[in-house]
Design a protein around this ligand. Structure first.
Ligand code: GLN
Length: 492
C-alpha cells in the first residue's frame, strides 16, 4: 500500500520533491483523487476546494523550479479541522449556526503553513464546536473509522484523524481541549499531539474553552508530526496566552536524542474499566522502553479521578461565555421570524445549536450563576491546581509518563450517543493534561483482536515537546504498527 503516493509520509514526500521525483501538483492530485475515491465511505471532509489546492501546488512547484522552496513542507498538502480559519474558505465548526460562514482572515497556524509553502486544503469534520468524542455530534455528517466503518473515529477531531488514516491527506491539524486530538488519533491508528498550552497560537481558532484549547498536528509518523508542530508553533502577539519561548528544531532533535529516559507509570491510569487488550499493548510498550535501557518509575497522580468532573465544569463555563457571541446578529445563521432582539437570540440559538452544545451551554451557565459559582466553578479551579501539582510532583522523578490514550479501542456508532456520561468517560486519560496545560502525544502501539488500532499516550513536562517527540520516535523506530493501513475499497 505505501508505494502509493497518498500513503507516503510527509518526510518521504518532502525528499521526493527535493529530488525532483515528484511535483506538488502530482502529490496534491493524488490525495484529492484518493479523497474522491474513499471519502464517500469515510466522510472525513465537509468540503474541499480542488482548484485552490492545485493553484497552491503549482505555485510551490514554480518556487522549487527556481530553487527557492520555503521549507521542508513546501508543496505538502495539509487539511484543517473545520474550526481553524482559512481566508475565503468555509468554517462551520460542524454547526448549523455557522453553516454559510466564510472566514474573512487566516488563523495564525494557517498563515504559518502558507508561509512555509504548504498546500492548505480541505475542511475536516468534527463534533459541533469540538464538543464530543465520536464526531457523531456534527450537524452535517458522520465520519467513519477507516479501520471499521461501523465504528466511530473518535472526536472531536474525527475528520482530521480519519483523513490521515485513510490516506486522504498526509498531514492535518486538529484542536484538543480535553483529548480531541489524541483520542481520535488513538482510535484511528495515527499520531496526534497536543502541545503545551501557549505553544501554538489560538488566533483564528473557533473558541470552545479558551484556557484548554490547543491546535496540534496529526500525522502517520512522529517525525511528520514534529515537522508540522514546528511550523505552527511560536509566539504570536495576536494571542495573549501565546508564550515567548524558542521553538527548537524538533525534527533534528528527534533524530539526535536517543535516551535512555526515566519514564513514569501511574496506577490511576491502569484502573478498572481499562480494556484488557489496551492494557496489554501499553504494558508491552513499557517493556520495550525497559529493554532499551529506560528506567521505569511508579508515580502517583492521586487527583486523576476528579479530572472529568472538573473539566465538565471549567470547559462548559468557558463554552457558555465563548458561544454567547452566536446571537443571530454577528455571524451566519439567523432565525427567520422574531418579535424583538431578545426573541431573535432565543430563536436563533434554539434553532441552530445542536443538543450537545445546548447541554454544555446550560451546564456552563449554571455553574457560573450567582450562588453556584463558589460551589462549582471556584472549587473546580482549586482542584485543577491540585491536578497540575500532581504532575509537577511526578515530573521531579521522570521525563515523561506512559499511559493508554483511551480506555477502549473504537466503539460502534450509536453505542454511546444516548449516554453522555459514558461518552465523557472516553476522555478519562486525556483530560488531565489539558487541565495542567502539559504536552502529550498519542501514537499507535498495537491492534485489538478485531483489528482496531490501540494508542499509547506519553505526557511530558511543559515546553518539553522535543523530549516527548524523541521518546515517541524511539518507540516508533522499534515497531511497524504505523506502516499498517486500513483496507478501503476505492470507488474510482
Ligand atoms: N471529548 C471532550 C469534550 O467533549 C473533549 C473535546 C475536545 O478536546 N475538544 O469536551
Amino acid at each position: 500500500m505505501s508505494e502509493e503516493i497518498f500513503y507516503k509520509t510527509a518526510a518521504e514526500l518532502s525528499d521526493l520533491l527535493s529530488e525532483k521525483k515528484l511535483t506538488s501538483v502530482q502529490i496534491t492530485q493524488a490525495v484529492i483523487n484518493r479523497t474522491k475515491a474513499v471519502d464517500n465511505q469515510v466522510h472525513a471532509f465537509l468540503s474541499f476546494d480542488e482548484k485552490d489546492a492545485l493553484e497552491q501546488a503549482s505555485a510551490s512547484d514554480a518556487r522549487r523550479e527556481k530553487g527557492e522552496p520555503l521549507s521542508d513542507l513546501d508543496g505538502i498538502p495539509i487539511a484543517l479541522k473545520d474550526v481553524i480559519s482559512h481566508k475565503g474558505q468555509p468554517l462551520s465548526a460542524s454547526s448549523k449556526m455557522l453553516k454559510d460562514y466564510i472566514s474573512p482572515y487566516d488563523a495564525t497556524s494557517t498563515r504559518k503553513l502558507k508561509e512555509a509553502g504548504a498546500v492548505v486544503w480541505g475542511r475536516l469534520n468534527l463534533d459541533e464546536f469540538a464538543m464530543g468524542s465520536s464526531t457523531e455530534n456534527s450537524a452535517f455528517d458522520q465520519t467513519c473509522n477507516p479501520w471499521n466503518l461501523e465504528c466511530v473515529p473518535g472526536g472531536s477531531s474525527g475528520g482530521s484523524a480519519a483523513a490521515v488514516a485513510a490516506g486522504e491527506s498526509p498531514l492535518t491539524l486538529g484542536s484538543d481541549t480535553g483529548g480531541s486530538i489524541r483520542q481520535p488519533a488513538s482510535l484511528c491508528g495515527v499520531v496526534g499531539m497536543k502541545p503545551t498550552y501557549g505553544m501554538v497560537s489560538r488566533y483564528g481558532l473557533a473558541a470552545f474553552a479558551s484556557s484548554l484549547d490547543q491546535i496540534g498536528p496529526f500525522a502517520r509518523t512522529v517525525e511528520d508530526a514534529a515537522m508540522l508542530l514546528q511550523t505552527v508553533s511560536g509566539h504570536d502577539p495576536l494571542d495573549s496566552t501565546s508564550v515567548q519561548v524558542e521553538v527548537p528544531n524538533y525534527r533534528k532533535e528527534l533524530r539526535e536524542k536517543k535516551g535512555p529516559w526515566k519514564l513514569g507509570i501511574a496506577k490511576e491510569y491502569f484502573a478498572e474499566g481499562l480494556d484488557s487488550e489496551v492494557k496489554e499493548s501499553v504494558m508491552k510498550a513499557v517493556d520495550f522502553y525497559k529493554s532499551m535501557g529506560c528506567e521505569i518509575v511508579n508515580v502517583s497522580l492521586p487527583h486523576t479521578d476528579l479530572a472529568v468532573p472538573v473539566y465538565y465544569i471549567i470547559a462548559t463555563a468557558e463554552a457558555s461565555s465563548n458561544l454567547s457571541r452566536y446571537d443571530g446578529i454577528r455571524y451566519s445563521s439567523r432565525a427567520k421570524e422574531s418579535e424583538d432582539g431578545v426573541d431573535l437570540y432565543f430563536k436563533t440559538r434554539g434553532e441552530f445549536f445542536g443538543p450537545e452544545v445546548k447541554r454544555r451551554i446550560i451546564l456552563g451557565t449554571y455553574v457560573l450563576s450567582s450562588g453556584y459559582y463558589d460551589a462549582y466553578y471556584l472549587k473546580a479551579q482549586k482542584v485543577r491546581t491540585l491536578i497540575r501539582q500532581d504532575f509537577l510532583n511526578a515530573f521531579e522523578k521522570v521525563d515523561a509518563i506512559i499511559t493508554p490514550t483511551a480506555p477502549k479501542p473504537a466503539f460502534k456508532s450509536g453505542e454511546k450517543s444516548k449516554d453522555p456520561i459514558s461518552m465523557y468517560l472516553s476522555d478519562i486519560f486525556t483530560i488531565s493534561t489539558n487541565l495542567a496545560g502539559l504536552p502529550a502525544i498519542s501514537l499507535p502501539c498495537g491492534f485489538s483482536n478485531t483489528g482496531l488500532p490501540i494508542g499509547l499516550q506519553l505526557i511530558g513536562q511543559a515546553y518539553q515537546e522535543s523530549n516527548l517527540l524523541s521518546i515517541a520516535h524511539a518507540f516508533e523506530q522499534g515497531h511497524d504498527y504505523w506502516k499498517k493501513t486500513p483496507i478501503l475499497e476505492s470507488f474510482n
